[in-house]
Design a protein around this ligand. Structure first.
Ligand code: AMP
Ligand code: MG
Length: 408
């Protein structure tokens, strides 16, 4: 059976990230939050825009104050005060100083700022009690960023810092990549919506809600296509619509080996290339991955936990890679100590849900319920991690390290 690693490689090799030629959108700064910058940004402004003061204090000529001491202070004439937002009026000459505030332009003639705490102002005379370093507390124009160079690279996610940088560069309209579109439907004759009356034998379609929430969390657009009966005509119609309206299609159910599991056959009849139908993992073995010309298709297992585990393991990094993000789209596995015994039959790569907890500053994984079963959605609540036991590993003892995938 196909290993998880090989399945992942096949999937990622088929992901064509969104790009600036076809998938560009112009948005306002605030709507840009969490979106992906489509192109590199170049600013016409230097940062700082001009030589300015890093302190409240006095702008001076270094040569005037270089031998100041507490016993033998230098006394300078204060010839101007420059408040925030104003330009200096005159040049600082020998024996003169300007009262200056943080961020204010350094007046001509001055080359150093003496912080207020090292001075004493009496009327228009200031005493300097200690010799500064040459150019101390001056932020030079262009020290942080030089106009015309790359301010931000394309392919990054815009968070608070990047939004602030774009605002500071006076770029209120930004080019971002459109969001990936993900169509979701559930298949099964037994499924009903949360609003419908539940008859014996029926099951509420919880997968569609869980998957929609996970897709939204990744800042992708969701198309919820509802419940589709185990009926080839209905399935063909839905899948045909989905592949023409979405970058990624997620169905759940109908991919096992049961008599009513039609999805694989329908995918083939619609011209899909089916890459695999099963993966050596538990939960999540019946997983279909197929590609159409313009979309990727994941036939997730119907069991609620299996659907979510396969989403976290394969679909989440796929959506991120497709979104055009330039790095960091891969799943992040971390090594932590297990607090308890973790067991597997060793035949499959096994995913155990539980909690990553901080214990005296060190993360530990804890299996929070002993009754793990891919149909038991209930004990998935409030878990935040999946411990992974590789094929062949039947036991992880308390205190032993395990690989963990965070799921929040
Ligand atoms: P299947 O993969 O269609 O054989 O379904 C496997 C199990 O998952 C069955 O018990 C289904 O009733 C259940 N199941 C299938 N689809 C869903 C769904 N959308 N929400 C919750 N349970 C489901
Ligand atoms: Mg079914």
């Amino acid at each position: 059976m196909l290993s998880v690693k090989d399945a992942e490689t096949i999937i990622f090799n088929h992901v064509q990230p969104l790009n600036q030629e076809h998938d560009l959108e112009i948005v306002d700064l605030l709507t840009g939050f969490h979106r992906i910058l489509a192109t590199p940004v170049i600013s016409a402004l230097d940062f700082p825009h001009w030589d300015n003061s890093a302190m409240d204090g006095f702008a001076v000529r270094y040569e005037d104050v270089q031998s100041s001491t507490p016993e033998n202070p230098t006394i300078l004439e204060v010839v101007q005060e420059i408040p925030a937002g104003y330009q200096p009026k005159n040049t600082i000459k020998q024996g003169q100083a300007a009262r200056i505030f943080t961020g204010v332009i350094i007046p001509k003639g001055a080359d150093t700022v003496v912080m207020q705490e090292k001075t004493k102002l009496q009327e228009n005379r200031v005493s300097i009690f200690s010799a500064p370093q040459p150019q101390e507390f001056i932020r030079k124009q262009g020290d942080f960023y030089q106009a015309g160079t790359e301010l931000l690279p394309g392919g990054i996610t815009l968070k608070a810092a990047e939004i602030a940088i774009l605002a500071a560069a006076q770029l209120p309209k930004i080019s971002v990549l459109r969001r990936p579109r993900v169509a979701i439907f559930s298949s099964g004759d037994e499924l009903v919506t949360p609003e419908q009356t539940l008859k014996p034998g029926q099951i509420v379609d919880s997968n569609q809600y869980a998957l929609a929430a996970l897709v939204r969390e990744l800042n992708a657009e969701v198309l919820m296509l509802g419940i589709v009966k185990d009926n080839p005509t209905a399935l063909i119609e839905t899948i045909n619509y989905a592949i023409n309206h979405a970058d990624i299609v997620l169905s759940s159910g109908g991919v096992s080996v049961g008599d009513y599991d039609y999805i694989d056959k329908i995918l083939a009849s619609l011209g899909a290339e089916i890459h695999f139908r099963a993966v050596q993992m538990r939960p999540g073995k019946p997983l279909t991955f197929a590609t159409f010309t313009n979309s990727l298709y994941f036939g997730l297992p119907g069991n609620p936990v299996s659907a979510l585990v396969t989403f976290w393991r394969f679909v989440q990094p796929t959506i991120k890679k497709l979104s055009g993000i330039n790095r960091g789209w891969e799943s992040k596995f971390i090594k932590v100590k297990s607090h308890c015994e973790l067991k597997s039959n060793g035949e499959m790569e096994t995913y155990i849900w539980g909690n990553l907890k901080l214990n005296n500053g060190i993360y530990e994984f804890e299996q929070t319920s002993s009754n793990l079963n891919s149909g038991n959605l209930i004990n998935l609540a409030q878990t935040n991690a999946l411990a992974i036991l590789p094929v062949g590993k039947t036991l992880i003892s308390p205190g032993e390290e395990t690989l963990v995938l965070q799921i929040e």
